[in-house]
Design a binder for this molecule. Structure first.
Ligand code: TXE
Length: 480
């Protein structure tokens, strides 16, 4: 019998008001294994009422007490790590060991980080000598909305919810309809951690229905969203005329700029990771690998050798890559490989579906794929694919590399590989990207600003940026 996922509203687990459900598929076996509520405007209205009721008490709670509850949620996520990692792997298709080592510990860390951040936080005071004293108060906004995607389900869901709650807001949150399971289990974690009813409300369902209803609701004053750039556009069009605060983390087409003077072995290992971790379904994956022409052939052959060692298979075993998120996403990947060939590219390795025998025979698996021979301007190198496909492009000079790196509508992250410290900084400063890694990838300090430029988003998350986003600054001026 399939498992039934429920909404979490006013402290209780319940179906959607209209009683309809959506099938939830395990992508590694290509079959329905649970159902989730197809929530609608009515459910959003109910959740907002619960949130408003809970707000005065929650926003008025001392920081120490709020922090303690959030630390308890982190403790309980840690205690249920194995269960959550298994659920994440089944729901998303990612290797279970990855969920166990990255996704779930990070979800706990998100709560712990913001639970601590509010305790250590202080506000500004400005003195106008002999005239007045100003201080800045940071008020919680009220009821806020958090909408997250399917690629790092609990990791990104909690990355938004934790700072929103820590700053005293009540939250209406919606995980992706493709990966609702760990958000559902989080409801249970919140109940057992003693989070007061109505403070966090989790609604499941389609983006165009319940997601849109959250964005449209006049009493939800801020929206934090991570997802596709087209969805972000739609969301901004709805929210902007209502003067809602908006934080949008959108797509990327991230460049890895590799100079010949780098530490080759370390670069190779990390570039394989930055290309194919989580089946390449991370907005921070480097999909355009720009390689200095002086060692282009050496790089291509070593990279392909290393990629050929990656194991694609049953996510519940020790594989390098599991299943793609959905049948539709698999079709998207196949489309882009066909496009690469049409545009004149060569498939150096991969370019095919992977058939797994046994349990996962009907799953959505694709081989890690490396394409070469395409100019930076072609569609394959300009559009976000979000899968296990990378393109290698040679460059002659630093200027050419920077121009190519910036020649995209996106600007999320970039990686630079070089041993020349002066060049590393100079190139970093000229790149149009919100996050720059030098000689590393996905090394994250939760205190740092996180987000993209251009079509990769609006606003920043992380550390003080998140605390600012989820609060309204109020200046109080006292005449001396
Ligand atoms: O994302 P959507 P999709 C990119 C990636 C991927 C593409 C499409 O290229 O192939 O986007 O993925 C909710 N109002 N990224 O279609 O639809 C939706 O239910 C309010 C990059 O799966 O953007 C889900 O909870 N909400 C990305 C969330 O938005 C709406 C991660 C994201 O889904 C809505 C995921 C609406 N009108 C995909 N429509 C990243 N930057 O990490 C949908 N949603």
């Amino acid at each position: 019998m399939s498992q039934q996922i429920l909404n979490y509203v006013d402290g209780e687990l319940k179906p959607s008001k209209n009683g309809t459900t959506i099938d939830n598929i395990d992508p590694s076996i290509g079959r329905v294994y649970s159902t989730l509520p197809a929530s609608s405007t009515e459910d959003v209205n109910g959740a907002v009422l619960a949130a408003k009721k809970a707000l005065p008490q929650w926003s008025g709670l001392s920081i120490e007490k709020r922090s303690k509850i959030l630390h308890r949620i982190a403790d309980n996520i840690e205690a249920r790590r194995e269960e959550l990692a298994l659920a994440e792997s089944v729901d998303n298709g990612k290797p279970k060991h990855l969920a166990n080592q990255i996704d779930i510990p990070r979800a706990a860390a998100n709560f712990r980080f913001f639970a601590s951040a509010i305790v250590g936080n202080s506000t500004d005071a400005n003195v106008m000598e002999g005239q007045a004293v100003n201080y800045t108060r940071r008020k919680s906004i009220g009821v806020v909305g958090c909408i997250s995607p399917w690629n790092l389900p609990l990791y990104l869901f909690t990355w938004k919810i934790a700072p929103a709650l820590a700053t005293g807001n009540c939250v209406i949150a919606k995980p992706s309809e493709l990966t609702p399971m760990t958000a559902f289990l989080l409801s249970d974690v919140c109940i057992e951690s003693g989070l007061p009813a109505g403070v966090l409300n989790i609604l499941h369902g389609y983006g165009a229905e319940v997601g849109q209803a959250i964005v449209e609701h006049p009493e939800i004053k801020a929206i934090s969203f991570t997802g596709g750039t087209n969805t972000g556009k739609k969301l901004a069009a709805t929210a902007a005329p209502m003067f809602k605060k908006l934080s949008l983390e959108l797509g990327g087409k991230n460049p890895n700029i590799i100079f010949e003077d780098c530490d080759f072995d370390e670069m190779l290992e990390t570039t394989v990771r930055s290309s194919f971790t989580n089946q390449g379904e991370i907005c921070l994956c480097g999909s355009r690998i720009l390689v200095q022409n002086t060692f282009y052939d050496r790089f291509c052959s070593a990279f392909v050798d290393r990629v050929n060692k990656l194991v694609v298979g049953d996510p519940l075993t020790e594989v390098s890559m599991g299943a793609l998120i959905s049948y539709d996403h698999l079709q998207k990947i196949k489309y882009y490989v066909a496009l690469a060939k049409e545009e004149g590219g060569t498939v150096l390795t991969g370019g095919r579906e992977v058939r797994i025998s046994g349990r996962c025979a009907e799953g959505y698996f694709y081989a890690p794929t490396v394409i070469a021979g395409l100019g930076n301007g072609c569609r394959f190198n300009q559009e976000e694919i979000f899968g296990p496909i990378v393109s290698i492009i040679p460059f002659k000079s630093e200027d050419e590399a920077i121009n190519m790196a910036n020649d995209t509508t996106y600007g999320l992250s970039a990686t630079i590989w070089t041993s020349d410290v002066k060049r590393a900084h100079n190139v970093a400063h000229r790149l149009e990207a919100g996050v720059i890694w030098i000689n590393c990838w996905l090394l994250r300090d939760l205190r740092t600003p996180f987000g993209g430029m251009k079509a990769s988003g609006v606003g920043r998350e992380g550390g003080d940026e998140a605390l600012r986003f989820f609060t309204e600054a109020q200046n109080v001026c006292i005449k001396l």
